[in-house]
Write a protein that binds this ligand. Structure first.
Ligand code: NAP
Ligand code: MG
Length: 501
């Protein structure tokens, strides 16, 4: 493979950074894999070589876990919450200082438009560190009056939250930097140390983040970053006996493997998995807003969002207008190389993902669905798929039941906002997110309360904030990311009781 031509659009310093094999971060040092192996990272817009990256495996994971254990028992464990908070805040500052470079890396590696990475992925990553830095000094225990023994005055009890310990974190490729931030920031705020396994498709921004972590003054070994493959590095991390907890984001299928690996030693696990989120448009909604909202709901990040609004339910009387409106919006989306400022949608992340999404399109059409627009991959270099709206679907089709993780919407009409609508919206093994569009807010809230999902957006979609918990019901996961809620993923609670008399 020759180096991708889209790299020509980035500054010389970043080109130089990409031209050297990128090492992994273990114990504060940048090192090559013990095996000496590297793997190639591709630019999905051109299918050309972007960089070579050290390929970590079980031996590197073991060294990283040992470093994380030493850091936990050493300087990090002894550091005051205030000092820890200042370092975490500084990481957020450094992300913003390197905004353009990180957005360029994200665009080249993942395929997403540079402008999107610059206004969404990178600033949201910085905010996660800024927001979590405040929690470092606010993790408190409780004085607890004893239920049966308080009156005797004999005992005094309190709880003490403690870091769960060495955390193994495994992240996917759809928001590479943001997923690293969602995982690292709360682990650091609670005083844990980390071994982070980044996705094989998109390791670059997290490796650049690793440089910023050291620049911010994070002690050696507190965060170790190991790129490599899921079946080797990921599996070794999930089953490592000295890892106290695994935090995973990715497919429900691999989430189940993580649980199996962790169950041998009953290691703690939190999971942020897939979705097939319903987006419901009621007849009284502001139609133009709902059409634009549903368009963004499915096509943002090329549909590669765990919370994508991929199952659209529209009240019968406005169905044709809404479906046609979304299809018209889809046709206007400019597809292209992420580094081109005109681009609104880039390629899918990889050949594998391109094949997966194309397979779903084929299966949907074979099972009788009709494409109002799209329906096929684009015949050009790069992993491009046309944004697609499928109608005439039925609830048993694979495209309706399974997470596609691509720019494919299935749209279905409904008669009334009654129990049948709620049953249809909840007819999925997933429960990550949902949308409701209506001018009748009382009705919208009633529906929001009946949807089995961790997030419901009313008259909006894809609104994320570091302060808001995010996670799934049913097979969409265990635990919550972000907000105060994520802290419990990384804390143990100890009850301490003293006999006073
Ligand atoms: P995936 O296989 O679940 O990958 C997520 C992470 O897990 C990656 O770092 C991966 O490493 C690692 N991994 C894979 N197998 C592992 C194992 N046996 N033990 C430990 N770690 C392992 O996701 P994918 O292959 O990238 O995408 C497949 C499907 O997952 C997509 O089509 C989509 O439906 C879903 N997905 C969901 C999310 C989400 O946020 N919910 C994100 C991405 C994908 P490698 O990178 O080396 O494979
Ligand atoms: Mg994979």
């Amino acid at each position: 493979m020759t180096i991708s031509t889209t790299v020509d659009r980035v500054p010389a310093a970043l080109r130089a950074w990409l031209s050297k094999p990128r090492p992994m971060l273990i114990d504060g040092k940048w090192v090559q894999a013990k095996s000496g192996k590297v793997f190639e990272v591709q630019d999905p817009a051109t299918e050309m070589l972007l960089a070579k990256v050290a390929e970590g495996d079980a031996a590197d994971i073991d060294a990283a876990v040992k470093a994380a254990r030493r850091a936990l028992e050493g300087p990090w464990g002894r550091m005051s919450p205030s000092a820890r908070g200042r370092i975490i805040h500084k990481i957020g500052d450094l992300i913003l200082e390197n905004l353009d470079e990180l957005a360029q890396l994200e665009s080249l590696d993942n395929g997403k438009p540079f402008g999107v990475a610059r206004v969404a992925d990178v600033p949201l990553s910085a905010d996660m560190f800024h927001y979590m830095s405040g929690w470092a000094t606010k993790i408190e225990g409780k004085y607890i009056p004893l239920s049966t023994l308080a009156a005797s005055g004999q005992f005094m009890s309190y709880t003490r939250p403690e870091p769960v310990g060495v955390v193994g974190q495994i992240i996917p490729w759809n928001f590479p930097l943001l997923m690293a931030a969602w995982k690292l920031a709360p682990a650091l705020a609670t005083g844990c140390t980390v071994v982070l396994k980044v996705a094989e498709e998109t390791p670059l921004s997290a490796l650049r983040l690793g440089e910023l972590l050291l620049e911010a003054g994070l002690p050696d070994g507190v965060v170790n970053i190991v790129p490599g493959f899921g079946e080797t590095a990921g599996a070794a991390l999930a089953s490592h006996p000295d890892v106290d907890k695994i935090a995973f984001t990715g497919s429900t299928e691999v989430g189940k493997l993580i649980v199996q690996a962790a169950s041998r030693d009953l290691r703690k696990v939190s999971l942020e998995l897939g979705g097939k989120s319903p987006n419901i448009i009621l007849g009284d909604a502001d139609i133009d807003e709902a059409i634009d909202g549903a368009t963004a709901g499915i096509f943002f990040n090329h549909g590669q969002c765990c919370n994508a609004g991929s199952r659209l339910f529209v009240q019968e009387k406005i169905f044709d207008k809404v479906a046609a409106g979304i299809a018209a919006n889809a046709e206007k989306i400019r597809l292209g190389v992420g580094m081109d400022p005109e681009t609104q949608m880039g390629p899918l992340v990889s050949q594998v993902q391109h094949g997966r999404v194309s397979g779903y399109l084929k299966s949907g059409l074979e099972e009788g669905a009709r494409a109002l627009t799209g329906g096929a991959p684009l015949n050009m270099p790069g992993y491009f798929v046309k944004p697609t709206v499928l109608v005439d679907t039925h609830p048993d089709m694979k495209v309706v039941r399974e997470e596609i993780f691509g720019p494919v919407l299935v749209a279905t009409p409904f008669k009334e906002a009654d129990d049948r609508l709620i049953a249809a919206a909840n007819d999925t093994v997933y429960g990550l997110a949902a949308g409701v569009w209506s001018r009748d807010l009382a009705q919208a809230h009633r529906i929001a309360h009946q949807i089995k999902a961790g997030t419901v957006w009313i008259n909006c979609f894809h609104v994320f904030d570091s302060a808001l918990p995010f996670g799934g019901y049913k097979q969409s996961g265990w635990g919550r990311e972000m907000g105060q809620a994520v802290l419990s993923n990384y804390l143990e609670t100890k009850a301490v009781t003293t006999r006073l008399a």
